[in-house]
Design a binder for this molecule. Structure first.
Ligand SMILES: [Zn+2]
Ligand SMILES: [Zn+2]
Ligand SMILES: [Zn+2]
Length: 260
């Protein structure tokens, strides 16, 4: 038996405006649905991507660099080096579970502003990653020792993000550090970034939370030719191997193997 009158649809109300949901609408991984048009007028949370407003996110704050954070993500934000170091330890343990040894004490995090990341990117000639704008929120400083070996400096990650967002960026950057510390040959940019997105994805898969699900979807659908395409290629080449097994193949070939 239906509780609705004949000919009437159940009315689902928008979690932002409270009116009947208008199409197109978005159902967020956290379960709330809202009219897509609200994203045109409301600022979007940098970590969970929801439109910031009182009913949906209990409001939010804007950082000096322009980014918005909703209050829910703010409550879980990583703001200082002590928190960042503790979180890096958690990520290390998670990656160790999938057989990746990352007990290299030289891998240390530093939280950065957007401006500082942009300055570092310019310094390292990383404009090739995006057409004049920053498309990444983390950066691993590589150092070359006098004997030619590559080592790592700091892992820089954007400050003030939700801890799961920060952790995912750390997993990606630890991937770069790991490649340096294991003396991998220089890899094509798309291969290296694709592999590091795989590190991030494997860490997210262990979390099994709505935010991790959201981030996994974004990795899979990222239109970026280096990050998105690199990740999809890495996934295709993984073909049931463990990540450590796959990395060994990449090291031997200096890239992805050719698919017949
Ligand atoms: Zn609405
Ligand atoms: Zn948020
Ligand atoms: Zn990267």
């Amino acid at each position: 038996m239906s509780i609705y009158l004949l000919g009437m649809n159940p009315r689902i109300s928008c979690a932002v405006c409270g009116e009947t949901l208008r199409k197109p609408f978005i159902t967020h991984v956290f379960g709330q649905s809202y009219c897509a048009t609200h994203l045109d007028t409301l600022p979007q949370c940098y970590s969970c991507q929801r439109p910031i407003c009182r009913p949906l996110t209990n409001g939010g704050v804007q950082y000096d660099d322009g980014r918005w954070m909703c209050q829910h993500c703010r409550a879980q934000a990583i703001d200082n080096e002590t928190q960042a170091r503790a979180l890096l330890q958690v990520v290390r343990l998670g990656l160790a579970k999938i057989g990746l040894d990352i007990h290299h004490p030289e891998i240390q995090p530093k939280l950065s502003t957007r401006q500082h990341l942009a300055q570092l990117a310019a310094q390292y000639n990383m404009q090739q990653y995006g057409a004049g704008h920053l498309v990444f929120d983390g950066l691993t400083q590589s150092v070359t020792h006098p004997d030619g070996r590559r080592g790592v400096g700091y892992i820089y990650v954007l400050n003030g993000l939700h801890r799961e967002h920060t952790a995912m960026l750390m997993a990606h950057e630890i991937g770069h550090a790991w490649l340096f510390l294991h003396h991998f040959p220089a890899l094509p940019l798309q291969v290296e970034e694709g592999i590091c997105e795989l590190w991030a994805a494997q860490w997210l898969q262990q979390q099994n939370t709505p935010l991790a699900k959201l981030r996994l979807g974004q990795l899979a659908h990222n239109p970026h030719p280096i990050y998105g395409e690199g990740y999809r290629q890495a996934l295709r080449h993984l073909r049931g191997r463990t990540l450590p097994g796959f990395l060994e193949v990449v090291r031997r070939r200096g890239g992805f193997e050719r698919v017949k």
